[in-house]
Design a protein around this ligand. Structure first.
Ligand code: TRP
Ligand code: SF4
Length: 411
């Protein structure tokens, strides 16, 4: 685990902040549910969570088919609400309504070497994979930097993402580090420092200076701990005074941007109907709000162990995608029944699939119920996004005030 202990805390965040986004390019499916949304819903009880519709990110690949995005923005939010995201527990918003993301992206782009972006693995991978699209664009190259801006503008400590996105969070950390290195000290740092020192009183300020020298010249750990505790517990200091004084003591300034950590969710354990990764482009998905009859048909048509041609042939679950579904949906008893029945030809493949059909429909029922009021009344969804966007915008604007000041753009 990278050392995170020196990260500043911010007055607005009593709980640690989580940020993540999703691209509105199609109906969400059970892969998204098991791979991401279950985790998002759990986190909303533990931390201050910000989740957003990454419509600009969708444009980087769908700039020639933007209707897809328009169609899916609010549909995706309904899917979120269906899986249990609760507007009373987390903040849901729309990226394009907060142009400050673009401002930070622009400012970060000035000092970001092109090589950093060309080396992000998803850049070449996606160009290879989406051959039908022309992705040799400036926007697509900049995709991970826009993502960095999304994260840094909320000073999020945690970013729940799949493994495929880990390199983007790593880039975000590098970008933050570089920014703090270049502009970390507020431009009027000396003036503000003097004011912060004044707030602790002349005598304490003298002692503070003395232990700072002991720490910086001799690495005196006791002096360090004593001073940190003194500042942290000082009743007359505001949070940003505390941060400035602690930063000064350590020899840095006040860090403007926070280096985030990836909260890696393992790749979804639920594969697609054909055993490959569940993905709309492979046509192997079950949508979160898929029609019940369609679910049954899709699961009944699901391929099985290719060696099991006739009912009387024995099968091997480890070669069968249906078994992967049992691993997610079935208890030990049912799993034992599958193993035994399959390897002895005691059960047929349709028998084997029935508990899955039942489990998927059972899992889906409460999601359909949660979605219905929003389908009946789309204004509710828009209101949730409007309110969430207002909350998010406030935080984004606060950060941008600091960012502009750090660069010295307040002439
Ligand atoms: N790139 C992410 C994806 O494709 C979506 C995204 C955009 C994101 N900005 C983000 C995720 C910021 C986490 C944080 O899944
Ligand atoms: Fe797959 Fe079940 Fe058929 Fe075995 S019995 S091949 S595990 S569907």
């Amino acid at each position: 685990m990278p050392d995170n202990s020196q990260q500043p805390s911010f007055p607005t965040a009593s709980r640690e902040r989580v940020l993540s986004g999703m691209r509105p390019t199609g109906a969400l499916h059970l892969g998204h549910y098991h791979g991401a949304l279950k985790n998002w819903t759990r986190l909303q009880h533990e931390m201050s969570c910000f989740y957003f519709v990454a419509d600009w990110h969708a444009l980087t690949t769908h700039y020639e088919s933007r209707e897809v995005i328009e169609k899916n923005v609010y549909e995706m939010v309904i899917d979120w609400l269906a899986t249990g995201l609760d507007p009373n527990l987390c903040t849901m918003f729309l990226q394009s309504r907060i142009p400050e993301h673009a401002e930070l992206f622009t400012l970060l782009s000035m000092g970001t070497p092109i090589g950093w972006l060309e080396r992000v693995p998803t850049y070449k991978d996606q160009q290879e994979k989406l051959k039908d699209k022309d992705l040799s664009t400036y926007g697509f190259l900049g995709y991970p930097l826009l993502q960095a801006a999304d994260i840094l503008i909320y000073r999020a400590q945690h970013v729940p993402v799949g493994e495929d996105q880990a390199s983007h969070v790593e880039l975000t950390r590098e970008v933050a580090r570089r920014f703090n290195h270049l502009y970390g000290r507020e431009s009027d740092f000396e003036v503000r420092l003097a004011a912060s020192l004044e707030a602790i009183g002349k005598d304490s300020a003298k002692r503070f200076e003395k232990s700072r020298r002991q720490f910086q010249e001799a690495g005196d750990a006791k002096a360090f701990e004593g001073a940190m505790a003194f500042i942290a517990n000082h009743p007359d200091l505001k949070a940003d005074d505390k941060e400035r004084l602690q930063g000064y003591f350590k020899g840095s300034g006040k860090s403007v941007l926070v280096e985030p950590q990836a909260l890696l969710t393992q790749a979804s354990r639920l594969p697609g109907l054909d055993g490959a990764k569940m993905s709309k482009s492979y046509n192997n998905t079950i949508a979160i709000r898929e029609d019940k009859v369609a679910i049954e048909i899709k699961l009944k048509r699901m391929p099985t162990d290719p060696a099991r041609v006739r009912r009387t042939d024995v099968g091997n679950p480890s070669r069968c995608p249906v078994w992967q579904f049992h691993k997610v949906y079935s208890d030990a008893t049912t799993q034992a029944w599958v193993q035994q029945g399959c390897t002895s030809a005691g059960i047929g493949c349709l028998d084997c699939k029935q508990p899955i059909i039942d489990a998927v429909l059972l899992e889906q029922q409460p999601m359909l119920e949660r979605a219905q009021p929003y389908i009946d009344n789309p204004t509710l969804v828009r209101d949730i996004i409007d309110a969430g966007t207002d909350t998010a915008r406030k935080v984004a604007r606060e950060t941008m005030v600091d960012v502009r000041a750090a660069i010295g753009l307040n002439y």
